[in-house]
Ligand binder design. Structure first.
Ligand code: MG
Length: 255
């Protein structure tokens, strides 16, 4: 058999196989219910229609002091923006959440000073816990032109996983995190049933791709899990001496 005949035979058999696959009823693999709920997708100024608004530019009504959940948050609200009040400490949401999609924007001040971890340090705790390291921190830091340990730079799950890339914008510009969080699940006896997972997009760029957390995010020592249920979201007032950063446009969709 010459090559041309062989090629024709192979082509014919591939064509027959492809045609055979197309036989049958296409409707057998289509379904129509349940119909996905209609959500108005929002834009840069408006959250999607089914979002829980955590900061609308006007008030901190949805937030309390993390150390004392009975005390209203007293970070500074002006010009539709929240600025960290380092003296008052971390703040957290009144509401608690399990799995969600979170949007949050932050701005490092244009006149930021300091270096390493002491340059615009804050953080988004995807669950605020009273135990252990206090939760699971997605790091906020100015790493536009500032190096530190890579598993502690902006976009890292603190001390666990560096960001896939450094997508920082320069100080003075607004930056965003869009996060998909799957909370850990626990067995009755407190043992871990399934680890937390996070996907995070920094300024439109993927930095955490369905990363499985090893536990909470301590400054010193190894991560660990302790049983918990729905938890608030917490923003960090880091104790470094650099100028305080700002947040705006915070919303989430429960999943
Ligand atoms: Mg931090």
């Amino acid at each position: 058999m010459n090559n041309r005949i062989l090629a024709t035979l192979i082509f014919s058999s591939v064509t027959v196989a492809a045609l055979a696959q197309q036989k049958g009823d296409p409707k057998a693999t289509e379904y129509y219910t349940p119909v996905p709920k209609v959500v108005s997708p929002g834009n840069a100024l408006h959250a999607p229609s089914d979002a829980v608004i955590l900061f609308d530019g006007k008030s901190l009504d949805e937030w309390v002091i993390a150390k004392d959940a009975k005390t209203p948050a007293d970070w500074i609200v002006a010009d539709n923006v929240i600025t960290v009040n380092k003296k008052s400490g971390d703040i957290q949401t009144k509401k608690t959440f399990t799995d969600f999609q979170l949007h949050i924007e932050y701005r490092i001040p244009v006149n930021i000073t300091g270096e390493g971890q002491a340059r615009g340090n804050s953080g988004v705790f995807l669950a605020s816990l009273t135990q252990g390291a206090g939760g699971y921190e997605l790091q906020v830091l100015d790493n536009y032109n500032n190096t530190t340990y890579v598993n502690g730079q902006a976009g890292s799950i603190y001390k666990q996983n560096p960001p896939l890339v450094n997508a920082c914008r320069p100080p003075g510009e607004w930056q965003s995190y869009d996060v998909v969080w799957t909370a850990p699940r626990f067995n009755e006896d407190g043992s871990l049933k399934s680890a937390a997972r996070v996907t995070a997009i920094h300024n439109g760029v993927l930095v955490q791709n369905n990363f499985e957390l090893k536990g909470d995010t301590p400054y010193i020592g190894q991560p660990s899990y302790q049983k918990h249920g729905p938890a608030p979201i917490k923003l960090q007032a880091h104790g470094d001496k650099s100028e305080p950063i700002s947040y705006r446009n915070i919303w989430l969709r429960e999943l």
